[in-house]
Design a protein around this ligand. Structure first.
Ligand SMILES: *[C@@H]1O[C@H](CO)[C@@H](O)[C@H](O)[C@H]1NC(C)=O
Length: 198
């Protein structure tokens, strides 16, 4: 049992292994009657630890990653609207942006040139002080591709998060059965409280 839990805890993809063990406990509730209480308590404790230490941490990590992806997408969308405004004002006056004297951070490591001689180009920082020059349309295409990648990634993270939540629910339901905790239990276990809070 311990081996399986430890193995499962090391790999988010295999924590189902721990869940697969649960039914064997549930289908086998009368082992040695004498040791039952203690063994049961140990098992319950292990599963609670598994939920709290592993599954809920995984969930937090995935949710945090998804938040970061969302704010990245928001940054790209902001950059997109800045570029579209540059395009618009280029088209309107032909020289409106040549008055810019400083380097303007557009977000996502994109910068306007400090002295804009060609307002149809922007620079993307590739690190170590190097910049790649993009035309505005290239930049827009780049942003579109980036946003599409990020959206797919966010969808994957959303699926991961849903899967982990389902596993948490499954383990908790198994635990409740294991302990025969009815809905009339006066004091909800802390593990349940935290989950309901989400
Ligand atoms: C997430 O799940 C939905 C529904 O099951 C599926 O259509 C979609 O392709 C999944 N996204 C990724 C990136 O796997």
């Amino acid at each position: 049992m311990r081996m399986i839990i430890v193995l499962a805890a090391r790999n988010a993809g295999t924590f189902i292994a721990a869940i697969l063990v649960l039914p064997t406990i549930l289908c086998n509730p009368q082992g040695s009657k004498m040791a039952d209480g203690i063994v049961l308590e140990e098992k319950v404790k292990k599963y609670e630890e598994f939920v709290n230490d592993k599954l809920r941490k995984d969930l937090e990590t995935v949710q945090k990653a998804q938040e970061e992806v969302h704010s990245k997408i928001a940054e790209y969308l902001q950059l997109k609207s800045v570029i579209e405004n540059i395009k618009k004002s280029n088209g309107a006056t032909g020289k409106g942006l040549k008055t810019l004297k400083t380097q303007v951070d557009l977000g996502c490591n994109f910068y306007c040139q400090a002295q804009i001689t060609d307002p149809s180009k922007i620079l993307v920082s590739v690190g170590y002080g190097f910049y790649v020059e993009f035309t505005l349309d290239e930049a827009l295409r780049f942003i579109e591709k980036k946003c599409s990648q990020l959206t797919t990634y966010s969808s994957k993270l959303g699926n991961d998060s849903a899967r982990i939540k389902a596993h948490i629910k499954l383990v908790l339901e198994g635990l409740r059965e294991l302990q025969d905790i009815g809905p009339l239990e006066e004091e909800p276990r802390p593990i349940c409280q935290t989950l309901q809070a989400r």
